[in-house]
Design a protein around this ligand. Structure first.
Ligand SMILES: [Mg+2]
Length: 343
């Protein structure tokens, strides 16, 4: 009898994670939280926990070396991992780096990659404490594990949002995606005519959002300074739509988000228009902004209402209300995830 075969794209990335989660059991009392949040939570002592998260970047899937300089790739690979520690309201402290590459890369090229990794370590006050290097036949693969710490009672999970909590997002959305569109366009014109110089002038902000994003470590500190402990939090790696759905399903809640409250940079907006893309779709599904999506209690609203980089965008609702977007015209639409599907 033939073994049944399920295609990975039928299951999707999140379906696969769910399957692995169901099949695994936590045996040690120190494993406080396993699969299912931005980082795992491990007991350190009575008052503190360790946070652990791993992310892998694969050439041709997550990055294209025709326009991503290796130094930027190294920097970004660290940032996306630190962002997951930050999303638990923690402080990143160490990373390990596993690298698989072919002899297509020179020692100098790999050194350039590490320069980016070390630059990020320096910027975020994080130590590179180990890793592994191996051979790959299918391009460059970079897997980073980030470790961090938090006070046990300050860890913020995806699951803590309550009805009527205010949904907030840090910074602005969609920039990284529009930066990618610009870089893709330049790649195509370069392939058509290698003599062409890239036209990136005036687009620094969005190109930077794509090539050199930052983890919002500053926001964790800012929230503490404001005396706010978010009720739930997640980082925006796949796009607002996908992340609000994760947050709602983990918390067993619904939500109502208002389009007119969504933060967008002027350059992101104009570039989206130029590319004939809907700025709303870019904000909802663009991804890779590495901003934070979090919920706070109503009573904390006064503390953030005039904050320049904390934007209240909606409310948590009962699960039965669903997860909806209220457009500028006042219409309500259920939010669907259209984030990256890797398989
Ligand atoms: Mg995350």
């Amino acid at each position: 009898m033939e073994t049944p075969r399920t295609e990975l794209n039928e299951l999707g990335e999140f379906g696969l994670i769910e399957r692995i989660k169901t099949a695994s059991t936590l045996r040690n009392t120190t494993s406080l939280r396993g699969i299912g949040d931005d980082a795992a939570v491990i007991k350190k002592d009575e008052k503190n926990v360790f946070l652990v998260s791993t992310d892998t970047l694969a050439e041709g899937i997550h990055f294209d070396l025709t326009y991503v300089p290796l130094k930027h790739l190294g920097y970004k690979a660290v940032v996306v991992n630190l962002s997951d520690i930050v999303a638990m309201n923690g402080t990143p402290e160490q990373i390990t780096v596993a690298l698989a590459c072919s002899n297509r890369f020179s020692v100098e090229a790999i050194e350039e990659l590490y320069q980016g990794i070390l630059l990020a370590c320096d910027h975020y006050n994080v130590d590179l404490v180990g890793g592994d290097t191996t051979t790959s036949r299918a391009g460059l693969i970079l897997s980073i594990t980030a470790l961090g710490t938090a006070e046990a009672d300050k860890v913020v999970y995806r699951s803590g949002a309550r009805t009527n909590d205010i949904v907030c997002v840090s910074g602005d959305l969609g920039g990284a995606y529009m930066g990618l569109q610009v870089l893709e366009r330049e790649k195509q014109s370069f392939l058509a005519n290698p003599e062409m110089q890239p036209e990136l002038e005036g687009l620094d902000y969005i190109v930077q959002r794509q090539l050199k994003p930052e983890a919002r470590v500053d926001m964790v500190k800012e929230l503490a300074t404001l005396g706010i402990l978010p009720t739930s939090m997640i980082d925006i790696s796949d796009g607002l739509a996908s992340e609000i759905l994760h947050l709602c399903s983990s918390s067993g809640k619904g939500a109502e988000l208002f389009e007119d409250k969504f933060p967008i940079d002027q350059m992101t907006y104009e570039t989206a228009r130029e590319f004939d893309l809907d700025p709303l779709t870019v904000m909802m599904n663009g991804g890779e902004d590495y901003e934070l999506l979090f919920t706070i209690k109503q009573e904390d609203f006064e503390k953030i209402k005039n904050h320049p980089s904390i934007n209240p965008i909606g409310y948590m609702k009962e699960a039965a209300a669903g997860v909806n977007l209220i457009t500028k015209a006042g219409n309500s639409f259920p939010i669907k995830a259209q984030g990256w599907k890797h398989f």
